[in-house]
Design a protein around this ligand. Structure first.
Ligand code: AVJ
Length: 339
């Protein structure tokens, strides 16, 4: 079989180059390198200072996030997996078998394995910003599902991108697990859902994982674990800037702070300078006062009605929602009514 690799530009979208594992084709929309510098400098120049959570997912960041998902405090992953295991057949019935299935932020492509046997898609398109992590995950998946056509697509799903498939297809299936949509401001989340609706077309269905509102203690523990894995994950963004943007952040001078902002219904994750810091980043100087924070991440929590309202604003009709017995997490099947 031909193994293939491609750049995701319209001109060469369908002329891939050789790759590695059978069944896997690799498409690359080349996210970040060109805009990393501009985006970071803009974020550090704003008041308050901020960095985008997508910067967390370099190779090491993706590994640290995988470690977070196994922490006792971090309930979302294991709860969502429980819901997928309990209701996978029903989900597959609703999503429709044999279709093109895309996944936003596929990471290690572990959750999709629960659904793949039941869904038997014609093509699976995992989309992730972390290039080598995506490549390794796609190859590992190909070993377990040798008959599956996998079109691994390295892209930043927070901006418009193209799918590596030919022709006009309607009624695709999409999987967006992990409550990653919580990283976006509600208005951005609505816009992102609207783009997903356009990608999958009228009649297409989206299976999306949404973390639910709950007591402060459970939420705050999930983002500040005893072993310090979350702290290492968040601090890794500074290491990445040191390496990729010739920055000189002193990692010992920053601590990670997570807390629940109940007025806005979101976990906030910040990096706080313990003392005054003067930092060079890509040739520019930034000063942080002692105690000043860089806002790195939000993780919005929804209730079911609130999420349905958001999805309706993007043209989706709710078809079904599943939760766990403790109502920690929810998985929704939504259908595109208009886009
Ligand atoms: C991958 C965005 C869903 O918000 O729970 C975990 C990221 N950050 N611990 C989340 C995260 C700190 C995670 N998402």
């Amino acid at each position: 079989m031909m193994n293939t690799e491609a750049t995701l530009a319209p001109s060469n979208l369908h002329s891939p180059r050789p790759g590695v594992a059978p069944g896997v084709r690799f498409f690359d929309a080349h996210p970040t390198p060109d805009d990393l510098r501009a985006e970071v400098l803009a974020g550090l120049s704003s008041m308050p200072k901020r960095l985008s959570p997508k910067l967390l997912y370099d190779e090491r960041g993706s590994q640290l996030f995988d470690a977070i998902t196994e922490l006792p405090e971090y309930y979302p992953t294991r709860t969502e997996i429980g819901i997928l295991c309990d209701h996978g057949e029903e989900m597959a019935d609703l999503l429709g078998r044999g279709r093109v299935l895309l996944e936003l932020g596929s990471g290690s492509s572990l959750k999709i394995r629960i659904l793949l046997a039941a869904l038997e898609p014609e093509i699976y398109i995992p989309i992730d910003i972390s290039r080598e992590h995506l490549r390794a995950s796609a190859e590992s998946l190909a070993e377990h599902f040798p008959a599956l056509a996998i079109h691994a697509t390295c892209a930043d799903y927070s901006v418009p991108f193209e799918l590596p498939i030919e022709g006009d297809r309607e009624g695709l299936a999409a999987f967006f697990p992990g409550s990653s949509i919580g990283n976006f401001e509600p208005e951005e989340a609505r816009a992102l859902l609207g783009r997903v609706a356009k990608l999958i077309g009228v009649g297409g269905r989206l299976l999306v994982g949404i973390d639910l509102q709950k007591d402060r203690a459970t939420l705050e523990r999930a983002y500040d674990d005893d072993r310090g894995v979350t702290s290492a994950f968040i601090l890794n963004v500074l290491e990445r800037l040191n390496r990729e943007l010739m920055a000189d952040f002193d990692l010992k001078a920053f601590v990670h702070r997570s807390f629940y902002n109940d007025a806005l219904g979101r976990i906030e994750v910040h990096l706080e300078a313990l003392s005054e810091q003067r930092v060079q980043v890509a040739g520019e100087q930034f000063v942080l006062a002692a105690g000043e924070r860089i806002h790195v991440e939000n993780s919005y929590k929804y209730d079911i009605a609130g999420f349905h309202q958001l999805a309706a604003g993007a043209g989706f009709v709710p078809e079904r929602v599943w939760t766990d017995p403790h109502r920690l997490f929810s998985v929704h099947c939504l259908r595109v009514e208009a886009c």
